[in-house]
Ligand binder design. Structure first.
Ligand SMILES: *Cc1c(COP(=O)(O)O)cnc(C)c1O
Length: 381
């Protein structure tokens, strides 16, 4: 039995007619950029996240850039962020001409460790970016306390966390400003590139909307520098249909995660995802840790199971950040995660048969692998 990492076709087919109808309307109306479909989606997305303002943009990376740009981050500034995230989190800072400053993550949640953030603050620090990694919100209360104390901004990167909650509140309005991605494989994905910036701050919302459209509110009158980060109408039309299903998909992801937890709980050689008591994890990824990661991945591939690594190399060890002079050992938790993480298949349409095949293949690997046991015992001794 083959189990894909995710199945975009299974997701699309039940909505096919509705989506084609919406796209046809865009083509017939010839409003190809922003316009009514995008506005309607912005309203729906903001409403479901309980946040006042939403600006739909051209990608999650562009949303990362806009969030910091609107805050006034620029050359000479420093932006604190976790070392274990997708590189686009850092592009938000570098595209502003600012320097990313990495900190380690919490060993249980894998999110930025607030206890490590304060030590990284300097007079140049302008913002902290909290990434809600794998779909679990970061510890926003602790980060808010630090941000307020130092009068710096708190930004959310919710590219992996649509519909996630922290203390009963949705992500998107927990910090000063938030970025989302609608890359096709994300929990809410467009049929092309897409992203959004959300905020409860009307001034920041206005700035983001101006920056995404050439620094102007009125055509051909440019108040500030800007760029073109607008969302295409076809993507707004697709997202407008898909956003109505997001809660259901979230429930299904949580059901798959609960089933994995149940089927894998007795495997001593792996660490399962941890869900903090005050968060509602949306399982963009279901990530386990094991000493035998590469061998397990190979075994699963032989069983027809696709897996992923998120992320094999933490940002401080990437060649592109060599000039920042971090070294191996600086962020041990992120480094261990890079060496030991394995993402199992996770998508809302996963059948119980598929989940069982994955879990049984993991269990079988450790039951038969004496190599796995000896590695573990040598570590324990
Ligand atoms: C996907 C992702 C992004 C970038 O989104 P794109 O839409 O692909 O540009 C940014 N940050 C994180 C954490 C992501 O996972």
């Amino acid at each position: 039995m083959n189990v894909p990492f995710l199945d975009l076709k299974a997701n699309y087919l039940p909505m096919r007619e509705e989506i084609l109808g919406e796209i046809t309307e865009v083509l017939d109306n010839t409003a190809y950029i922003l316009g009514p479909k995008v506005s309607a989606f912005e309203t729906a997305f903001a409403t479901m996240h309980g946040v006042d303002h939403c600006a739909a943009v051209s990608s999650g990376t562009d949303a990362n850039h806009l969030a910091l740009w609107a805050l006034g981050v620029g050359p000479g500034d420093e932006v604190i962020m976790p070392a274990n995230t997708f590189v686009a989190t850092a592009w938000g800072a570098t595209l502003c001409g600012a320097t990313p400053v990495f900190v380690d993550c919490d060993p249980r949640t894998y999110n930025i460790d607030p206890a490590k953030v304060e030590a990284a603050i300097t007079p140049r620090t302008k913002a902290i970016v909290a990434v809600h990694l794998y779909g679990q919100p970061a510890d926003m209360d602790a980060l808010r306390t630090i941000a307020n104390k130092h009068r710096i901004a708190l930004v959310e990167d919710a590219a992996q966390a649509h519909d996630a909650q922290y203390n009963g509140k949705h992500v998107g309005g927990l910090g000063d400003i938030c970025s989302f991605s609608f890359y096709p494989g994300k929990n809410l994905g467009a049929y092309g590139e897409g992203g959004a910036v959300t905020t409860n701050n009307p001034d920041l919302a206005r700035k983001v909307k101006m920056l995404r459209e050439h620094g102007s509110e009125r055509k051909y009158y440019h108040e500030t520098y800007g760029t073109n980060y607008r969302m295409e109408a076809i993507q707004g039309a697709v997202l407008g249909v898909k956003v109505k299903h997001l809660h259901t998909w979230t429930e299904n992801r949580r059901r798959v995660a609960a089933r994995y937890n149940e089927l894998l709980r007795d495997v001593e050689e792996i660490v399962l995802p941890y869900e903090a008591h005050n968060t509602r994890h949306v399982y963009h990824l279901y990530v386990i840790q094991t000493d035998n990661r590469d061998a397990l991945q190979k075994h699963l591939s032989e069983c027809g199971i696709a897996t992923g690594l998120h992320y094999p190399v933490p940002l401080h060890m990437q060649k592109c950040f060599e000039h920042l002079e971090y070294k191996q050992g600086d962020f041990p938790v992120s480094e261990q995660l890079g060496a030991q993480c394995l993402s199992l298949p996770m998508f809302p349409e996963m059948t119980d048969e598929q989940v069982r095949h994955v879990a049984e293949s993991v269990v079988a690997y450790f039951a038969s692998s004496t190599a796995a046991k000896s590695t573990l015992s040598s570590v324990t001794v």
